[in-house]
Design a protein around this ligand. Structure first.
Ligand SMILES: NC(=O)c1ccc[n+]([C@@H]2O[C@H](COP(=O)([O-])OP(=O)(O)OC[C@H]3O[C@@H](n4cnc5c(N)ncnc54)[C@H](OP(=O)(O)O)[C@@H]3O)[C@@H](O)[C@H]2O)c1
Length: 290
């Protein structure tokens, strides 16, 4: 089995902190469909505490997970926060009573969202806020983000947010945002089989901006591939570990936030930090998404 020390995978700067490249995404801690409370709140608290005890110092969340539930669990589990922990949250949507995800990108929505996150996380300033662009909910689509990103930059000037990032965006939108305020990370969908962002990963790497793939394991339907299974068997690892290790090897500016509500899966995922993939194995895995 791979080394479970997550520091093996190295660090990349996020919000002026050298965070471990193996982080944790908290979305799975809410109830089914990311709505309402989880069945076992203590289990969710245990997952977060073990992640941090194992060296995770980058946690991704949002107040629209639950809504409010995930942030409140993070607060219960980890507050007062260690000074080296970077919590990244996101704004841009609100949940309907039917669990729907609805755009909320007007300046007043964003201001309300910042205050919701501050209150539920129990902090005076948010480390990083991503603007989650909702032009097309499921994939990046072109269109100006000047108005909402300017509103977030104003909240940053007021001292409520330290750093800004983006989610579900195109290269053009990153450039537009950078003319307004510095962008420290971009969170888009990307994994072994979803490779639309190949160029953006490298473009951001050249600019020193972290690329944080969401759905690194394939999201609600974890990735299935016979090649992935065969490579994993040869390495004595699991397919999910190889999918994460592939991302770690893909580019140094990739930071991982795999999501899980299970301690066993957390341990398995963190174990991917110690997995080495040769150039030959990378070529074999690269072919899956091409
Ligand atoms: N910006 C955005 O629009 C956006 C969208 C989606 C997600 N996110 C962020 O990205 C993070 C990661 O995404 P995600 O959690 O949706 O997807 P993911 O990490 O790709 O996969 C999570 C799914 O895989 C399962 N899983 C986790 N580890 C596993 C393992 N070792 N073996 C088998 N199954 C495993 C989880 O179930 P179990 O709970 O049973 O382990 C869950 O169903 C989220 O937590 C969230 O913070 C952002």
């Amino acid at each position: 089995m791979p080394d479970t020390k997550i520091t093996t995978a190295g660090t990349f700067p996020l919000a002026h902190h050298p965070v471990n490249r193996m982080g944790y995404g908290a979305m799975q801690l809410a109830g089914p469909h990311v709505f309402g409370p989880p069945k076992d709140r203590q289990a969710a608290v245990a997952v977060l505490r073990e992640a941090v005890a194992s060296g995770v110092n980058h946690i991704d969340t949002s107040d629209f997970y639950g809504p409010h539930v995930t942030n409140q669990i993070i607060r219960d589990a980890l507050h007062p926060y260690s000074s080296n922990l970077v919590i990244v949250t996101k704004l841009g949507a609100v949940r309907g009573s039917d669990a729907s995800w609805n755009p909320a990108m007007e300046p007043e929505d964003l201001a309300r969202g910042v205050h919701d996150n501050l209150r539920n996380l129990g902090v005076d300033v948010l480390d990083v806020v991503n603007l989650r662009v909702m032009g097309d909910i499921h994939a990046p689509s072109e269109g100006s983000i000047e108005k909402p990103f300017t509103a977030l930059a104003e909240l940053q000037h007021k001292g409520l947010v330290r750093h800004l990032g983006l989610s579900n965006v195109t290269s053009k939108q990153v450039a537009e945002a950078q003319r307004i305020a510095p962008v420290v990370c971009v969170q888009n969908q990307y994994n072994l089989v979803q490779r639309a962002d190949e160029a953006l990963v490298d473009e951001l790497g050249k600019k020193g901006i972290a690329y944080v793939p969401f759905f690194p394991l394939g999201g609600f339907t974890p990735i299935q591939s016979s090649v992935l299974g065969q490579v994993a068997a040869r390495l004595g690892a699991t397919p999910m570990q190889v999918a994460l290790a592939w991302l770690l090897h893909r580019a140094p500016n990739i930071l991982l936030i795999p999501g899980t509500s299970s301690l066993a899966h957390l341990r398995e995922n963190l174990g991917a930090a110690g997995l080495r993939l040769s150039g030959e194995l990378m070529a074999e895995l690269n072919a899956i998404g091409q």
